[in-house]
Design a protein around this ligand. Sequence first.
Ligand code: FE
Ligand code: FE
Ligand code: MG
Length: 163
Amino acid sequence: MGTKAREIAGPNVKETVELLNRALADEWLAYYQYWVGAQIAHGPLRPDVQKELNEHAADEFKHANMLAKRIIELGGEPLNDPKDWVKNSTCGYDAPTNPSTIKLLQQNIKGEQWAIGVYNDMLKKIMISRDPVTYHIIRKILEDEIGHEQDLEDLLVDIKASR
Ligand code: FE
Ligand code: FE
Ligand code: MG
């Protein structure tokens, strides 16, 4: 990172990189949980649920890219071993062992709710460390996770209404 850029990244760059890496672990696990869920889904509104899960998987992949780019800009290293994903994750991984669309939606809603909590906490910490660029990235991801929760809850409402 350039000298001036480093100066405005706040005094807690090391802590910011750690937070970003924990979020990166969450994003990879979220990506995979959505991706594999979309493969196996069956039951009510299957095509709609598959489409939504695949879209969200693509968004989580984008988030992983945004986080990794920022980690590198801050002079850190993105986690380089999948074994570290579960270890560093806050949201954890909820294996989709039941392929029912209802169950998948419920599991992924829980994951999004964790993610919203994690990113909201992170924003508060980054506000204190005064790093405007990281703040902007995390705020954008938080907005996406809020949209994800909404989309999944809407699908669940539609499934329940159709029964
Ligand atoms: Fe995400
Ligand atoms: Fe999400
Ligand atoms: Mg969506």
